[in-house]
Design a protein around this ligand. Sequence first.
Ligand SMILES: C[S@@+](CC[C@H](N)C(=O)[O-])C[C@H]1O[C@@H](n2cnc3c(N)ncnc32)[C@H](O)[C@@H]1O
Length: 287
Amino acid sequence: MTALIKWKNHHIEDVEVNLLLDTLKERYGYDFTGYARASLKRRLLGLTHYFDVKRLSELIPMVLYDEAIAQAVINRVTVPTSEFFRDPCVWHYLRHNILPQLASFPRINIWQAGCGHGQEAYSLAILLHETGLLKKSRIFSTDINPLFLDAARKGCWTMQHKQHWADNYEQAGGCGAFSDFFINTGATLAIRDEFKQAIEFMLHNLVADDVFKEMQLVVCRNVILYFGDNLQEHVINLLTRSLERGGYLLLGRGENIMGLSEKHPQLLMSDSSLQLYRKHIDGYSDV
Ligand SMILES: C[S@@+](CC[C@H](N)C(=O)[O-])C[C@H]1O[C@@H](n2cnc3c(N)ncnc32)[C@H](O)[C@@H]1O
């Protein structure tokens, strides 16, 4: 029986999803076939409403021949939702427990994968600045979506969530005023140049691209929860291989990856409530 989900008068079938994903892959090189189906379908269903088409299949020729429509689909599948200091307890822990350990390295290499509009990357830069480590750190922030990367490079947001982000920062143990890190232009919140310069924003697709080498910290939060089991496995391998021995892997708190340390004996659970893992210092060759 074909799985079919409905919303108002809009229907969506597996076969339509498969054809649309094939079109995106063949035409534009984006492979979303390994993404978790239920959430993918919900997002695609929203698109039928947005473009006011009855069937998802009506979108296929539109995607095939119109790059702007293809980009709209890609934007819908790769959601950039983020916050400054999202899950403050994680940042509090990084500040007090992890960064002091990384401080002994001559260089600190950090890969932050799935950066959206940059709030997480700049939170990292602020934290490193406050702990006196920014100058010897290199942050590589990556995303599959070039439009999100452009926004991240600009480092400018509306004021809408400013109070919430300031509260997050305070709960994360921030020692100044959140607004100190921005040029307040009235309507927008623009990050100061020194933080922009600390981050290299790069296009990188976790499905298809290679490892980053010798990272002391890899942060990939709220990305792989959108992936199916096999793709999650692939990405965990990629992230683990990118870590130097003794380096840390931070996933999102909502990411419930059962038995990750059993499947990946190189990774030791460091804190389960924070989804923080540490790569074994010795004994295991890279996967
Ligand atoms: C929900 S946001 C997470 C943002 C940030 N990490 C956080 O937790 O606040 C997910 C991000 O992952 C990116 N993403 C999705 N699939 C990806 C892939 N295959 N490779 C790299 N990034 C991907 C999306 O474009 C989006 O910016």
